[in-house]
Design a protein around this ligand. Structure first.
Ligand code: AHM
Ligand code: MG
Length: 348
């Protein structure tokens, strides 16, 4: 008699290890907008290509300067330029984009009519450039908007110079020990979604849904470049002094994606304030401040500018004056952001 074969379970019993919820499948199940699905798939592809470029940079001779200066006056690295080209190509060829803003380009790209779609994307293709050459985590940050008049053939910077509350999808991809993509669809009830790149499959696999900052604020961590403290205003100095007095740990990678990712997962606060030298701070509104603020708010946190242009402001309510405009950034758990904001109130 042949041995009885193991009875297989039903389709529903297939374990998560065999049932891959990859990015493509997740998008198809979670948005009915085909054009947006194609766009997000192309963004995912560009993230994978950038991850690959970062991973093989040493071997391929991709460390070092490209010899140019970008839109905000920083020296461009070879990987800055390469990742910019990867994202621009993927997005234009998606057929879903009308306007593109990249940190690495002075001007917005208005996509030619024959390839244009309904969406506008602002992105920093490889944020944390100072960390590239020593193999410390970097990331991509992006914000997707729908055109003001989706049916119109005309597109301009005005389609993207809007408040952060108009963002349709915000996301970032971290090129760290693992490559992780984090997405936040404004209209999706699920909230902040995490995907990890499985290098052997070459696919982003969905790992966590509705990610939230730990209740109560999580670990006591403050994250800022304290080397700038001699130029900070009194409320930021007071708040950081209080964090230290209360036994907080300092953690600062110097890559916004890594520092914000840790803040969401562990708790605490990330600060890049305005200071005496930079009245608007360092970080860019459209492709650094806004997408991170939307993700942090959706995860239950707060994204503020602190005192900026005469008032304490919710970051997402800003209207950028130009595509590379900057703003101060104070984001993280309500416990810690409220402490900073209380210092501004006390100073009034
Ligand atoms: P970049 O876009 O030129 O890479 O600058 C943005 C980065 C952020 O990732 C990071 O939070 C910040 O700059 C670090 O700045 P600093 O080196 O002044 O601490
Ligand atoms: Mg950058």
């Amino acid at each position: 008699m042949p041995e009885a074969r193991t009875t297989r379970g039903s389709v529903e019993d297939v374990s998560a290890e065999q049932d891959f919820m990859n990015l493509g499948r997740w998008l198809m199940e979670n948005t009915s907008d085909k054009e947006l699905t194609v766009l997000m798939a192309q963004l995912g592809l560009a993230c994978k290509a950038t991850s690959r470029a970062c991973a093989k940079a040493g071997i391929a001779g991709l460390f070092g300067l490209a010899g140019e200066v970008n839109s905000t006056g920083d020296d461009q690295k070879k990987l800055d330029v390469l990742s910019d080209e990867i994202f621009v190509s993927a997005l234009i060829n998606s057929g879903a984009c009308a306007v593109l803003v990249s940190e690495e380009r002075d001007e917005a790209i208005i996509v030619p009519e024959e390839k244009a779609g309904r969406f506008c994307v602002a992105f920093d293709p490889l944020d944390g450039s100072s960390n590239i050459d020593c193999n410390v985590s970097t990331g991509t940050i992006f914000a997707v908007y729908e055109k003001l008049h989706p049916d119109s053939k005309d597109s301009s910077e005005a389609d993207i110079l809007r408040t952060g509350t108009d963002i349709v999808v915000a996301g970032y991809c971290m090129y760290g020990a693992a490559t992780e993509l984090v997405l936040c669809f404004r209209s999706n009830d699920a909230g902040v979604e995490r995907f990890s790149l499985d290098p052997s499959l070459g696919e982003f696999i969905h790992t966590h849904t509705a990610v939230k900052i730990p209740p109560g604020g999580g670990k006591k961590i403050y994250s800022c470049n304290e080397g700038n403290s001699c130029n900070w205003d009194a409320p930021i100095l007071d708040a950081v002094a209080q964090f230290k007095a209360e036994g907080y740990s300092a953690r600062y990678v110097g890559s916004m994606v890594s520092d914000v990712h840790r803040t969401i997962l562990y708790g605490g606060i990330y600060i890049y304030p305005a200071d005496k030298k930079s009245a608007k701070g360092k970080l860019r509104v459209l492709y650094e401040g806004f997408p991170m603020a939307l993700i942090v708010e959706t995860a239950g946190g707060i994204g503020s500018t602190g005192l900026f242009q005469g008032k304490v402001q919710r970051m997402l309510d800003l209207v950028p004056g130009s595509i590379h405009d900057r703003c101060p950034v104070i984001l993280g758990s309500p416990r810690d952001v409220k402490l900073v904001l209380s210092k501004y109130e006390a100073g009034n």
